[in-house]
Design a protein around this ligand. Structure first.
Ligand code: PXP
Length: 260
């Protein structure tokens, strides 16, 4: 299983002060040196972290493939086609959200997604779709012509955190998941089964399977156990740990957990 390190969060810190520190290029070189198999960045419409110049420099200098996440917004897609990343991952985007919540709705936005895939393919960029783990989404991803799906692990991660960490006692407790422990455990099991079954089905359809969102040093073992998943994209937990250990050690430890 390969590890894509999402370095957006380094740019979040930089943009908080609107200075050029921490240097995103140092993050790129350190993560690659520490064993990242891929670098993942998200060029958001509101440019809240990664800027166009960052994406340009990262794609031009990365020693490993760059997975560029983007929305189906036409202006953004034109930029992505010019940037020529190794892969584009289409994700949903809402300005008011803190991070990407939920997978891309490839049913309601079918025509837009189909057009985006066609444009990216015309520019010879392979496409992954960041979708919720359902069989219907796997089938639809295949029919839309994507090469890969990235299974959204956010629901799994939220349930895991509410059940197994102090999150429920904090200011960031997830209100809709303030449930009895047996209910959380049952939902967690269902969310893992959905990930397992979706990964298996996607693979049978000939899709490559990635997963990501909310994965950390504790919950990741449940996802690495799903053998059809070949890639994980992880950001927040690695950058958070790097504050205390340095990025090199944080990437190395995650790489060890994710496996060769
Ligand atoms: N994969 C996708 C498609 C994402 O949008 C994100 C969040 O930017 C991630 C993976 C990484 O999520 P996290 O930062 O929670 O590890």
């Amino acid at each position: 299983m390969t590890l894509g390190v999402n370095i957006d969060h380094v740019a979040v810190l930089r943009e908080a002060r609107r200075v050029n520190d921490p240097d995103i290029m140092m993050a790129l070189y350190t993560a690659v040196q520490a064993g990242a198999d891929q670098i993942t960045i998200h060029l958001r419409e509101d440019r809240r972290h990664i800027q166009d110049i960052d994406a340009q420099k990262i794609i031009a200098s990365s020693g490993v493939p760059v997975n560029l996440e983007c929305s189906v917004n036409q202006g953004i897609l034109d930029i992505v086609c010019d940037l020529q990343p190794h892969r584009a991952t289409l994700v949903p985007e809402k300005r008011e959200e803190v991070t990407t919540e939920g997978g891309l709705d490839i049913f309601k936005n079918e025509d837009e997604v189909a057009r985006a895939i066609e444009q990216l393919h015309d520019s010879l960029i392979p496409v992954s779709l960041f979708v919720d783990p359902t069989k219907e989404a796997m089938q639809q991803s295949k029919e839309l012509g994507a090469e890969m799906v990235e299974l959204h692990t956010g629901e799994f991660a939220n349930l895991f955190a509410m059940l197994n960490s102090s999150l429920s006692h904090s200011n960031h407790s997830i209100k809709e998941l303030e449930l009895p422990r047996y209910e959380l455990a049952s939902r967690l099991e269902k969310s893992l089964i959905a990930l397992q079954e979706s990964a298996k089905y996607a693979k049978e359809l000939g899709l490559e399977v990635a997963a990501g969102h909310g994965l950390n040093y504790i919950n990741v073992k449940h996802i690495t156990a799903i053998k059809e998943i070949s890639e994980l994209n992880i950001g927040q937990s690695i950058i958070a740990r790097s504050v205390f250990t340095g990025l090199d050690a944080a990437v190395k430890e995650m790489k060890r957990l994710v496996g060769a």
